[in-house]
Design a protein around this ligand. Structure first.
Ligand SMILES: [Zn+2]
Length: 233
């Protein structure tokens, strides 16, 4: 099955006989390498099982380059101030208008901590300082691993924040003021509860998925759980 990456007239960018083609050229065309490659020509990709593998992968139809799809890493923070926890009201889908923690996809070249700091800056225009990992959550159904830090404002005496382009509103909420009926994703609840368990004391070992909520650990083949895949970032 030919899928919609590129167009039929676009060939494998290597332009050489299959045996001589270099995998790295397809990777560059797809910008999978993390380098500054620009997408000029998209290869034609098909879904098939590579030799020696046990599942279907996206492969370049021309040279056999395999574009592996693996889970994405989300980094985010529970940011504490004297007046409460920093939360962002989403300006983008999915879950526009619902409240979340500053979090997002880790970028190539970033450490986990750098990614979490960047997300707080982008979504809440907040300069934060990371304290440690609060929780690591599986959201296997949609191929995500979420790493949530505990953090505080870089200048605790001046907790400055405002909505970034992806936020409608940014506020500090005390625990009882958190808009629990307007939380964007289950993992936001898990992270908040992980914070509640530690408060401002020692963080200890990171918590994992809560045992009472199987939504994160059901695989793609699991039964429907009344939640759309678009319900997660
Ligand atoms: Zn190719």
């Amino acid at each position: 099955m030919v899928v919609g990456i590129g167009t039929p007239e676009n060939a494998c960018p290597s332009g050489e006989p299959p045996a001589a083609r270099l995998r790295s050229k397809c990777a560059a065309a797809l910008n999978l390498t993390g380098q500054r490659a620009t997408i000029r020509v998209m290869a034609r990709f098909v879904r098939r099982v590579p030799e020696g593998d046990d599942r279907e992968r996206m492969m370049c139809a021309d040279c056999g380059h395999v574009a592996y799809e693996n889970p994405k890493i989300i980094v985010g923070s529970v940011v504490l101030a004297a007046d409460g926890i920093l939360m962002c009201r989403r300006a983008i889908e999915p879950r526009r208008g619902y409240w979340t923690l500053p979090a997002g996809y880790l970028e190539m070249g970033e450490t986990l901590e750098e990614g979490a700091v960047r997300e707080a800056l982008e979504e809440a225009e907040a300069a934060i300082a990371i304290e440690g990992i609060l929780g690591v959550f599986n959201v296997a159904r949609i191929g995500q691993v979420q790493i949530i830090f505990r953090a505080h404002f870089a200048d605790p005496a001046r907790p400055i924040f405002s909505p970034g382009p992806e936020s409608l509103d940014v506020r500090l909420f005390g625990w009882d003021g958190i808009p629990w009926d307007q939380i964007a994703f289950p993992s936001v609840n898990w992270a908040l509860e992980a914070w509640k368990a530690t408060g401002s004391g020692p963080i200890g070992a990171p918590v994992g998925n809560p045992v009472y909520d199987a939504r994160g650990v059901l695989g793609l083949a699991g039964p429907p759980v009344g939640l759309q895949s678009s319900d997660q970032p």
